[in-house]
Design a protein around this ligand. Structure first.
Ligand SMILES: Nc1nc2c(ncn2[C@@H]2O[C@H](COP(=O)(O)OP(=O)(O)O)[C@@H](O)[C@H]2O)c(=O)[nH]1
Ligand SMILES: [Mg+2]
Length: 216
């Protein structure tokens, strides 16, 4: 019996509008980048699988705010049903960095008594000459929040896979330690989908795991 993925993690993108959240997701799931992004057209979620260690395949369900970044316009279930969050700011816009703490506070308060695993993302690293946030201050903020910091560029495809890999591995490690468990009525982590589950009674069928962005 083939296993398509052992676990599904539901992950959200957080941060001000135009920091590059949708571009990051498109690069990660479809391998494409466009300088002309339409903020009003957004899919709800994207998907891609990752092998985070030999034999362990994780399906990431990645949720985008789709232009609803204003505080309190995002529904609580968006936060509550997620196990991981990318806190994204634009390296060329200091305000977006200043707002990271607010995003972190807003989400963390909404999901109490549970926790979320975060990673801090300094995005648009290709625009180094316009940089307004130093690596040192970003690393300091990440250290204060007890999370990792990675600088990415969707344009140059720099560190994009790595950011999702690191976050997924952190979540998986916490699962192995029993600090994150699947819970009834919670979509943050779901366990295994196999070919048997997909095609009961037809175990000879061979399925290639295929992932595409989803706009349903
Ligand atoms: N230079 C550069 N521009 C980017 C990058 N990622 C996104 N952008 C641009 O930033 C703008 C906003 O991106 P978008 O993904 O819509 O941001 P969102 O509102 O956070 O989803 C668009 O014009 C993108 O082309 C990047 O890595 N480098
Ligand atoms: Mg967007």
């Amino acid at each position: 019996m083939d296993i398509l993925w052992q676990y599904q993690f539901r992950i959200i993108l957080l941060g001000d509008s135009t920091v590059g959240k949708s571009s990051l997701l498109k690069r990660f799931t479809d391998g494409i980048y466009s300088d002309v992004a339409d903020p009003t057209v957004g899919v709800d979620f994207y998907a891609r699988s990752l092998d985070i260690e030999p034999g362990i395949k994780i399906k990431l369900q990645l949720w985008d705010t789709a232009g609803q970044e204003r505080f309190r316009s995002i529904t609580t279930s968006y936060y509550r049903n997620s196990v991981g969050g990318l806190l994204v700011f634009d390296l060329t816009n200091h305000k977006t960095f200043d707002h990271v703490r607010e995003w972190h506070k807003e989400v963390s308060e909404h999901i109490l008594p549970h926790n979320m695993v975060y990673i801090l993302i300094g995005h648009k690293s290709d625009l180094n000459k316009d940089r307004k946030v130093t690596q040192d201050e970003a690393e300091q903020l990440a250290a204060d929040m007890g999370i990792r910091y990675v600088e990415t560029s969707a344009k140059c495809n720099s560190n994009v896979d790595r950011a999702f890999q690191l976050l997924s591995r952190d979540i998986y490690e916490l699962m192995k330690m029993g600090q994150i468990t699947t819970r009834d009525g919670w979509d943050g982590v779901k366990s295994g989908l196999t070919t048997r589950a997909l095609y009961p009674g037809d175990e000879d069928i061979e399925l290639e795991p295929r992932e595409k962005s989803c706009n349903c």
